[in-house]
Design a protein around this ligand. Sequence first.
Ligand code: ATP
Length: 325
Amino acid sequence: MAKKIKTIGVLTSGGDAPGMNAAVRAVVRTSITEGIRVKGIMRGFAGLLDEEIKEMDSFSVADIINRGGTILYTARCKAFMEESVQRQAAEICRKHEIDGLVVIGGDGSFRGARSLARLGINTIGIPGTIDLDIACTDYTIGFDTAINTAIDAIDKIRDTSTSHERVSIVEVMGRHAGYIALWCGIASGAEEILLPEYYDHDEQRIIDKIIEHRKKGKRHHIIINAEGIGHSVSMAARIEAATGIETRATILGHMQRGGMPSCKDRVYASIMGAKAAHLLKEGKSERIIAYQHGEFIDYDIEDALAMEKSLPEEYVAISRGLIRF
Ligand code: ATP
């Protein structure tokens, strides 16, 4: 028989992402609507171990749907990899009568959630990361806001870059995954998109292209570089030395994580938060909420973690075709 959940805990873990607050709000309000108590766990698994746990009511999530970051704060907690620590955490959940848990974060956070589920705490994961690098889903909370924040900055850099007839390298987030770089590269009309998955370290090709574009009369040259490739400042110095064209690097950094979540992030995060609360109410555990082919669905956590994801080759090929000049 399905376990009847009386109290749901909710936490955010790993990197923060705009829209996490909308998900937290939806978990809290939906649970209360369903007659389930909710407790907010501060600072991810670290806060769970420190028993930073507070009762939530509808009012405690008022005025947050439009705010970036996460009101629950977030953290990384290395110690949580250890089984003895996970047992301790499960005991803390029981002590605080938390029998269902919603974990909003990335793959690492889902692994933490799975370990608690194996120790008797029903858990549901919600994909929250600006990097879009969770295999089971086409949507992750925060990606839409992050790319719109980045594109706003890139458009501004492009204005000044054109005025000064410069080459500009703009470094966007994405340590392992090039989704932000690819989307921003296409959307900004960049002349070059450097993706961690495809980068061949051939700077001479980049330099030759800049020179060729100048000869053809192009007055600016925007290079979108992913964080995973990095070295934008030294790359700019080498390009300037080789081409004689002023070249500047801008690293957008953490600004991409912040700011008001987009409408899409607010709505999708709200739906995911509500679905997580409903799944727990139905007695489900070890599920990950996902969005695929226009539908919100859920996967077994084991299956979800075993899936692999790579940048769609077709999009990469199309992006290359668009920047021919
Ligand atoms: P992001 O995509 O933003 O990096 P993430 O959830 O993948 O998010 P991680 O730092 O990998 O971020 O994981 C967050 C936390 O989840 C870790 O600090 C740790 O507490 C917990 N965690 C990660 N991997 C495991 C694991 N294998 N077992 C138990 N807990 C884990």
